[in-house]
Every structure is written in structure tokens, then in C-alpha cells.
Design a protein around this ligand. Structure first.
Ligand code: ADP
Ligand code: MG
Length: 453
């Protein structure tokens, strides 16, 4: 395969993760990779309007995606495709933005996410870290509504929640044509609800969701991050209606039910009625097996020493393992070299650097106390004045994002606070960063200083 053919699907994948589905379809489906080197990406686009739009809106997105795949940030050159068809093409009208009310709240094509065809049971590697979740998912796919209800899957990012929940969906869609099955990310569910309220279509909304035989709701932690109580309320009633009718509910979340502190207690307690299964980071053996599988799915065989090298160095999550496989394949194709240790060192240098400089709690404390001129003892004290509370929250946020300590561990470190306090601190800083660019800049600056230590 040419380097272009190897690299482009990966870059597209990365782009797809960064933009809305509709934007992706409109602006990226028709883009082709003409040439590729670590320095330059040459993309061809169908017409000059497209050229203009990509240049104005999406250059950083493309470069970021390229960085994730190639490990370098190439220059992006856009060229308009030659050919009669392309020349004749008139500028296209802008696609409607997804929030425009012209988009009626109809079900389900415009809201339900498309399933990833790779997220099937046959591609899911089972190990001790995910065996329970996998077994429960299989049981549900065989016997929806009667095995475990609801099934609540939780675990950190990149550990396979979406893969498993979609695997159940695929299996149900393949085997049970008689059932109405819906997989939907929680954010889309919430947007759908809000749109249906605005459009006076609440009745239809209820009809659709309460008429399902299986509802698979991904990333339910979004419910607790927003302040949309009406959406929580609606979800509560949807849940009850389905549950009481013996319909299957599957939920995924990045935290355990008890950590969803901003959710109403009556909802949280329902999450525990069925089975709660946690996905943990994979063990070394499972990492090797996953890497082998991922390479195989790309039509490759990595030498054992390569699999072992990656598994030893990357122990965060499965998305990172997959990213490493993609990088290695792209790098080998670009340089036309065999996959050996030397190539791995080059292809994965940024990942390896990050591993070498893993952050400790002390690093964070040193940088935060210097920045805010406070003492560690103050951060650990019960004082709640703003001059202490803010740096404490910042430190908690940084600990959560830069280390692998659990909420409990972080809370313990800051004077025995509980996990919900840490969670609240993280939410608060995240929302400040969204509203206030100077907060975002401070966090970035602190992060860089901590990483530089
Ligand atoms: P989450 O939803 O928990 O953040 P995903 O389900 O999106 O994580 O998984 C991240 C990537 O890792 C996906 O590409 C997925 O296919 C892959 N993955 C996760 N768990 C496994 C597994 N057990 N076997 C194979 N691939 C996995
Ligand atoms: Mg997910």
C-alpha cells in the first residue's frame, strides 16, 4: 500500500473525533490525500469554495489530527481538484448548523450516532480487566430485558465502554429484527430532548423513547455535568417507563454511580438495580493481546518484541495502544522500514517522552503553591477562603488530569476530602476554563511548567 493509503484513513479518523458528524460529512468526506511526508500534507478538495472553507475553519483540526497520527505537525496544502466536474461545481450553500430549528426533532437518523462497524464482540479482547463487563454485555445481547437490567458500565476513557455498548447494539440489530433498538450518546439524547421541547414535539419524543425495546445510552455522565434539570427529569421518566415494561437499558459512564454526585439520588439508586460493571486498565498480557489484534485488523503482524515493547511502555488505556499501532504502521509505510525497535523508538518518541516524564503529586504542588503563593499546609487545611480554595481546586484539577490517582486518593491528599469534593473542583475548573480564557491559559501554563520539571 502507498503511504497515502496507509495514513489518510487514520487522519480522517482523528478528524472525525474532533468535529461534528455533519461537519465531517460536509467537509471531509470528499477530501483526498494527494501526497504526504512528515513535513507536508497535500489535500485535494472538490472546488474553491471548499478550499476556502477548509482553510478558514479547519486547518488546525487537520494539523492536530495529523500530529496524532504522524507525530509531526505538517504544513497543509490544499489544492482544488482538476477535472471538468470539479471546475463546473458551483459553490455549495452552507450546511445548516445543527442547532437550527429547521432540523426537526425526528427520530432516529439525525440524532442517533452511526455505529462503528469495528466495535463488535469479535474484535473485543477479553482479559481480567474487562471480563465481567464483557460477560454481562454478552448475556444482554442474547437475552435483552431479562439478564441484567439496567447494565451500568463504567471506567476511564479509552477502556472500551463505547466498544462494548455498541457491540451489544450490533448483536441485537443482527439477531433481533423484531425489536426497536437505539444506541445514542447521552449528549445527543439531551439535544434531542431540548430540540423537541423547542419545537413543541415532546409528545413525539416520549413516544419514540418509551416505545423502544432496548435503549443504549453512552456517556451518561453528561447528564450530571449539565444543569439541565428538565433533561434529567425526562430521562428519569424514560428510564422508569422502559424499566417497568421490562425493556433493556444499558448505560455507560466515566465514573461509578456513587460518583455522579450532581445527579438526583433517586436516579443514581436506579442505576444500581441491575449490574454495575467496571472496566479497568488492561494488564500487560491483555495489552499484548490487544496490540496483536489491532495490528491484525490492519492486516499486519508485528514481531513479538514490538508488541512487548509497546505494552511495556504504554499502560494507560486501549485508545493509546491503538494510537501507537497506527503510528507505527504509518511510520513504517512512510519510511519504508521494517518494524523493529529502532523504528518504534522513532515512531513513538512523543509517547515515550511522556511516559518518561510522568507527573507526581509533588510536581503539581510545587508549581501550584509557587504560582498562587500559598503553602501546602493551607491547601490541606479546612480553610475555604477564595485565596486558598481556588488554588486547591486548581491543584485537584491538575492532579486529576495529569496523574492517574483516583478521586479518593486526590481527596485524601488534600486534607482527607471525599471524592465528591474533588469531582466538584474538577467540574468547576473545567467550566471556568470554558467561560474564561485567562483561566484556560493559566491551566495550560501550569501544565507546561509541571510537565517541564
Ligand atoms: P471508551 O468509550 O471507554 O472511552 P472506547 O470504547 O471508545 O473507550 O475504546 C477506545 C478504543 O479502544 C476503541 O477503538 C476500541 O475499539 C478499543 N478497545 C477498547 N477495549 C478493547 C478491547 N477489550 N479489545 C479491543 N479493542 C478495545
Ligand atoms: Mg466512549
Amino acid at each position: 500500500m502507498t503511504p497515502e493509503a496507509e495514513v489518510w484513513p487514520n487522519i480522517l479518523n482523528e478528524i472525525q473525533r474532533r468535529v461534528r458528524q455533519q461537519q465531517f460529512e460536509t467537509w471531509f468526506r470528499s477530501v483526498k490525500l494527494r501526497a504526504c511526508s512528515p513535513e507536508t500534507l497535500t489535500l485535494s478538495v472538490p472546488n474553491s469554495f471548499h478550499h476556502h472553507w477548509l482553510e478558514r475553519r479547519y486547518l488546525e483540526t487537520i494539523r492536530g489530527a495529523a500530529l496524532a497520527v504522524l507525530g509531526t505537525t505538517p504544513r497543509v496544502e490544499l489544492v482544488v481538484e482538476e477535472g471538468p466536474e470539479a471546475r463546473a461545481a458551483a459553490p455549495q450553500p452552507l450546511p445548516p448548523s445543527p442547532t437550527e430549528s429547521s432540523q426537526r426533532a425526528h427520530y432516529p437518523r439525525d440524532w442517533a450516532a452511526r455505529l462503528n462497524s469495528n466495535y463488535r464482540f469479535s474484535n473485543f479482547v477479553v482479559g481480567p480487566s474487562n471480563a465481567l463487563a464483557h460477560a454481562a454485555a454478552l448475556a444482554i445481547a442474547e437475552n435483552p430485558g431479562s439478564a441484567y437490567n439496567p447494565l451500568f458500565l463504567h471506567g476511564g476513557v479509552g477502556l472500551g465502554k463505547t466498544h462494548l455498548i455498541q457491540a451489544i447494539t450490533h448483536r441485537l440489530l443482527d439477531s433481533r429484527a423484531d425489536l426497536k433498538i437505539l444506541y445514542i450518546p447521552c449528549e445527543s439524547f439531551m439535544n434531542h430532548f431540548i430540540a423537541s421541547v423547542q419545537n413543541g414535539e415532546r409528545g413525539e419524543f416520549r413516544e419514540v423513547y418509551r416505545g423502544l425495546d432496548a435503549l443504549l445510552l453512552d456517556d451518561i455522565h453528561f447528564l450530571s455535568r449539565g444543569t439541565r434539570e428538565a433533561t434529567q427529569e425526562e430521562f428519569f421518566h424514560t428510564f422508569n417507563a422502559l424499566y417497568n415494561a421490562g425493556k433493556q437499558i444499558v448505560l455507560s459512564s466515566d465514573c461509578a454511580p456513587r460518583e455522579m454526585t450532581r445527579l438526583e439520588e433517586r436516579l443514581v439508586s436506579r442505576f444500581k438495580w441491575g449490574l454495575v460493571a467496571r472496566l479497568d486498565p488492561p494488564s500487560y498480557e491483555t495489552r499484548v493481546a490487544i496490540l496483536r489484534k489491532k495490528a491484525e485488523m490492519r492486516g499486519r503482524r508485528f514481531p513479538d518484541e514490538a508488541l512487548q515493547f509497546i505494552a511495556e511502555n504504554i499502560d494507560t488505556n486501549i485508545r493509546d495502544l491503538e494510537g501507537a499501532v497506527n503510528k507505527v504502521i504509518a511510520y513504517a509505510a512512510l519510511t519504508n522500514k521494517p518494524i523493529d525497535l529502532e523504528l518504534l523508538q522513532h515512531a513513538l518518541r512523543d509517547v515515550l517522552e511522556r511516559v518518561a516524564t510522568s507527573v507526581t503529586m509533588d510536581d503539581i504542588i510545587r508549581v501550584v503553591t509557587a504560582e498562587y503563593r500559598v503553602k501546602l499546609a493551607e491547601l490541606q487545611s479546612k480553610r475555604r477562603s477564595q485565596s486558598i480554595a481556588l488554588p486547591r481546586q486548581v491543584a485537584m484539577y491538575l492532579a486529576r488530569s495529569l496523574t492517574r490517582h483516583s478521586l479518593e486518593e486526590i481527596g485524601g491528599y488534600f486534607g482527607g476530602r471525599d471524592h465528591s469534593t474533588v469531582m466538584h473542583a474538577c467540574d468547576k475548573i473545567a467550566s471556568l476554563m470554558e467561560k474564561d480564557p485567562s483561566m484556560a491559559a493559566t491551566i495550560e501554563h501550569l501544565t507546561n511548567r509541571i510537565r517541564a520539571r
